[in-house]
Design a protein around this ligand. Structure first.
Ligand code: COA
Length: 254
């Protein structure tokens, strides 16, 4: 079996038993469109279904992981009917059976940070930074972050990140236990790849069972949390307050 991405802004390649998935929309700082979410979800599901893939590596471009959801799709009326592609991606990454390793460079904003909470190993360059600007945009946390961040960090530190929504550095992310290591920019991808190869060389089935056991406590509550967050997010997005903030972002250079 081989995999080809359904979206030109998501690049995939296999190297031995690793599947590399690259978010690649540099002109828009790798902002995620519905098509990109679909392709990301498909890649993750493919990896789980193909016995020749042992580990997934997610990366962005050299100077940006992702600026998060494409803000254009936050504009009222931009929603398409049916299940949102972002939900398909959220399910795929939160339920991925095989280990997922992330290599982060530059900004990782919004879902760029929350997707890391579902990865198994995360390596970030010294120049990376993180932000959960949901309340600043007039919306609320997503991808299970309202559950996972307080669970990982305690309520107060999670509140600092999710309610104040300030940008934080790779060093802070490491100190909080959100990432494994901070590396010089030119070494980050190689380091993440080496760790992915190390994982891939271990007994595959044992890794998957271990991962499942590690996530067992949350697997009953996570899907509900993700759905509830999306519902609240959708309601907040439609408020005049959120729409004004989003329009201000989109018009800021005019
Ligand atoms: N959605 C849509 N477009 C985005 C985007 C996003 N999330 N993030 C960046 N872009 C676009 C910009 O509008 C700009 O497009 P233009 O050149 O056509 O004007 C281009 O990408 C470059 O962005 P710019 O802001 O000029 O780059 P920067 O290096 O100064 O800043 C960021 C990079 C990521 C810090 C900044 O773009 C940002 O904060 N983006 C918004 C993040 C956000 O709020 N995401 C939603 C989270 S829920």
């Amino acid at each position: 079996m081989s995999f080809s991405s359904s979206d030109p802004d998501i690049l995939t390649r296999t190297d031995g038993s690793l599947l590399f998935v690259q978010i690649h929309r540099p002109v828009k700082k790798n902002a995620l469109t519905p098509g990109m979410y679909t392709a990301l979800g498909e890649a993750l599901r493919y990896a789980d279904s193909d016995d020749s893939i042992n580990v997934i590596v997610i990366r962005g471009t050299d100077d940006c992981f992702t600026s998060g959801n494409d803000v254009n799709s936050f504009v009222s009326g931009a929603d398409e009917p049916g299940e949102r592609p972002s939900l398909g991606f959220m399910k795929a990454i939160s339920q991925a059976q095989k280990p997922v390793v992330a290599a982060v460079s530059g900004p990782a904003i919004g879902i760029g940070t929350t997707m890391l909470l579902h990865c198994d190993l995360v390596y970030a360059s010294e120049q990376s930074h993180f932000q959960l600007p949901f309340s600043r945009l007039g919306v609320c946390p997503e991808l299970g972050s309202s559950l996972l961040l307080p669970y990982f960090l305690g309520h107060q530190r999670a509140a600092e990140l999710l309610l104040l929504g300030d940008r934080f550095s790779a060093e802070t992310a490491r100190a909080y236990g959100l990432i494994n290591n901070v590396l010089p920019p030119e070494e980050t991808l190689q380091f993440a790849t080496d760790k992915a190869r190390e994982l891939a060389s271990l007994p595959n089935h044992a890794l998957q069972v271990s991962k499942r056991l590690m996530k067992r406590n949350l697997e009953n509550v996570l899907p509900d949390t993700i759905n509830l967050e999306l519902k609240e997010f959708g309601k907040l997005l439609r408020t005049p307050e959120a729409q004004t903030i989003i329009e201000a972002f989109l018009n800021r250079k005019k």
